[in-house]
Write a protein that binds this ligand. Structure first.
Ligand code: ASP
Length: 342
């Protein structure tokens, strides 16, 4: 009897709670800069609070650097994208610049691209091995070369001719990534497969970095920088330096940067697809980003994620992996950083 009374009381309480007006929904926050540090989270980040703290600190540092670039007199969205990405490239934590992953030959081959949404100018480099900041090199290609995409040794030499710092390939050596390579190699040999670096392989974390920004003149820009996939073949190029796949910006829609299985993102022209859905289907930036990600083939651990920012400061930070290093900063400088939490 007692039990029945309890159940009835609980039922009444729940009904009353459901009838009460819920809290008014807060207006979604607007951003001037959004960033990602790759989809999929390494196990050591989950188990080492100190490492997690360092990731969060570097994401915040990148957001603040981008914000400072926007605050400068005449600061552009391109400046903000480059400034934010340079911070992440200089960190050893992310799979870009200093912390880039290794090819199966034990080298680092880096890719990056940048694009602005007003005139649709774009620049990219692929397979560079000596340029300290691939995103700066991509911007130099856009502004100084008359080309859009440069690769390998020619791209490295061009970057140097533009006064960009050159480093020894050993600059990109980190123990954590080297161990990942050895593990990937072991795994590939054991399973007699192509291993990570091939779509459908067991890669769970990506680590590429990207940014999308909106400046006071109302112009959008996006950029992406990466070491690619662990154990990739030498010469393999992913989506990150491919305009329309890993990066795209269009003032009539949004600015996009992607992370995940590059082969899938190339085949589905993911970054451009997000802008196209906004333009032609009149979707919001969030719906466009979600729809495109949902439309991709999804391996067990997820295919990746993307960030997108529109001209009103609305944005999407979306992924289908177990998390994505990400963050945004508002015009007044309020920083938000997240990893796995929604
Ligand atoms: N998309 C990158 C690539 O395939 C990898 C990543 O996002 O980390 O090269």
């Amino acid at each position: 009897m007692n039990r029945l009374r309890w159940v009835l009381a609980l039922g009444v309480a729940l009904t009353i709670a459901a009838a009460l007006p819920s809290e008014p929904a807060r207006a979604p926050e607007k951003a001037v800069l959004v960033i990602h540090g790759g989809a999929g989270i390494e196990d050591d980040v989950k188990t080492t609070p100190d490492l997690e703290k360092r990731y969060r600190a570097d994401l915040e540092k990148a957001l603040r650097a981008g914000h400072a670039a926007l605050q400068k007199d005449g600061g552009t969205s391109l400046d903000a994208v480059e400034a934010a990405i340079r911070v992440l490239e200089d960190s050893t934590l992310f799979n870009a610049g200093r912390g880039a992953v290794f090819t199966r030959e034990g080298r680092n081959e880096l890719d990056a691209s940048i694009m602005e949404g007003k005139n649709k100018r774009a620049g990219a480099v692929a397979g560079v091995t000596r340029t300290r900041s691939p995103i700066a090199a991509a911007r130099a290609v856009m502004e100084k070369s008359g080309h859009v995409l440069m690769v390998g040794d020619g791209a490295d030499r061009f970057a140097r001719s533009q006064g960009l710092p050159e480093v020894s390939p050993l600059y990109f050596w980190t123990e954590r990534r080297w161990k990942e390579l050895l593990e990937a190699k072991k795994e590939a040999e054991k399973s007699k497969s192509e291993g990570t670096g091939a779509a459908g392989s067991p890669q769970k974390h990506f680590g590429t970095v990207g940014a999308a920004a909106l400046d006071r003149a109302g112009n959008l820009a996006a950029g992406t920088s990466t070491g690619g996939l662990t154990y990739k073949r030498s010469g393999r190029v992913g989506d990150s330096p491919i305009i329309g796949a890993g990066t795209y910006a269009d003032n009539e829609a949004c600015a996009v940067s992607c992370t995940g299985y590059g082969e899938v993102f190339i085949r589905h022209s993911v970054a451009h697809e997000v802008t196209a859905r906004m333009k032609y289907q009149k979707l919001s930036v969030r719906d466009a980003a979600d729809k495109v990600l949902q439309s991709l083939p999804k391996p067990k651990d997820g295919v990746g994620g993307l960030i997108a920012l529109d001209r009103e400061g609305n944005f999407a930070l979306t992924y289908n992996t177990d998390g994505m290093f990400r963050g945004f900063i508002t015009a007044d400088g309020t920083v938000h950083v997240a990893i796995w939490e929604k």
